[in-house]
Design a protein around this ligand. Structure first.
Ligand code: ADP
Ligand code: MG
Length: 267
């Protein structure tokens, strides 16, 4: 059964979408079956994986408002092992349409539960806010992965995000855990990047991934070619970073599965 990871941080521009695209592609490269779900109306995960987001007949929006099934909006990409539930600007209207609908926090989960067994990893790229769509991602997910940009205001808003995760866990999804924090856009030439990493490490009692994603212009270029970094520039520092992160995510998942199996055997 898939491990479902919501990639969330209500700050924009911290690397959520870049992580969703490239972690998905690097997990797929390691022969894991991956589904990337784009629930940001900007649709950048969709276009970054080569999907023409403005020509979609069905997207996550239609699925959320019940106008199509998950299968009808699922896109099998040209990349081996990688499927996408794409979105576009239509999704911006979903927030309003969902007002007053009973069980609106579980709409995504209900759909995703039907296909959980078909994948090893399901990654959800969240919009830059803590709205109903993000809550839908968190009720669907097993864990939340938080990208943190190595800049001065890195910790700003993090308390609120962790509070939201805790609220969702208490009230809507008791399974929800923190996947961990991943540093993005690390610039080895500046002291600031190093200071941010040290500061977050000493202030945050969360799992912090050892892999640190470097600032790498190839990562910023790749989306305009509709390609993930491992295909756009396989030897770049960015590709290396996301491959490393994929290995860590797989190792963490394997270790937890092993633990769970162990416990059930003891019982
Ligand atoms: P978010 O989804 O959190 O808003 P994005 O992933 O879209 O953030 O990243 C914001 C911008 O920074 C994008 O233009 C993206 O290409 C760029 N970017 C993200 N990560 C890196 C990186 N490691 N190196 C260079 N540019 C990056
Ligand atoms: Mg984004």
């Amino acid at each position: 059964m898939a491990r479902v990871i919501a990639i969330a941080n209500q700050k924009g521009g911290v690397g959520k979408t870049t992580t969703a695209i490239n972690l998905s592609a690097c997990l797929a490269e390691r022969n894991r079956k991956v589904l990337a779900i784009d629930i940001d109306p900007q649709g950048n995960t969709s276009s970054g994986l080569g999907i023409d987001k403005n020509k979609l007949k069905n997207s996550v929006y239609q699925m959320i408002i019940g106008e199509c099934t998950l299968e009808e909006c699922l896109v099998h990409t040209a990349i081996k092992n990688l499927d996408v539930l794409p979105s576009n600007v239509n999704l911006a209207g979903a927030e309003i349409e969902l007002i007053g609908i009973e069980g609106r926090e579980y709409i995504l989960k209900k759909e995703v539960d039907k296909i959980r067994d078909d994948y090893d990893f399901i990654l959800i790229d969240c919009p830059p806010s803590l709205n109903t769509l993000t809550v839908n991602a968190m009720t669907t997910a097993d864990t939340v992965l938080v990208p943190i940009q190595c800049e001065f205001y890195a910790l700003e808003g993090l308390t609120q995000l962790i509070h939201t995760i805790n609220l969702v866990k208490q009230r809507l999804n008791p399974r929800l855990e923190m996947e961990g924090v991943v540093f993005t856009m690390f610039d080895a030439r500046t002291n600031l990047s190093l200071q941010v990493v040290e500061n977050v490490k000493s202030n945050l009692k969360q799992n912090i991934y050892k892999t640190i994603i470097p600032r790498n212009v190839r990562l910023a270029e790749a989306p305009s070619h509709g390609l993930p970094i491992n295909l756009y520039d396989p030897k770049s520092a960015g590709a290396e970073g996301y491959r490393q992160l994929a290995i860590e995510v797989i190792e963490k998942d394997d270790a937890e599965m092993y633990e769970k199996n162990d416990i059930s055997e003891i019982k």
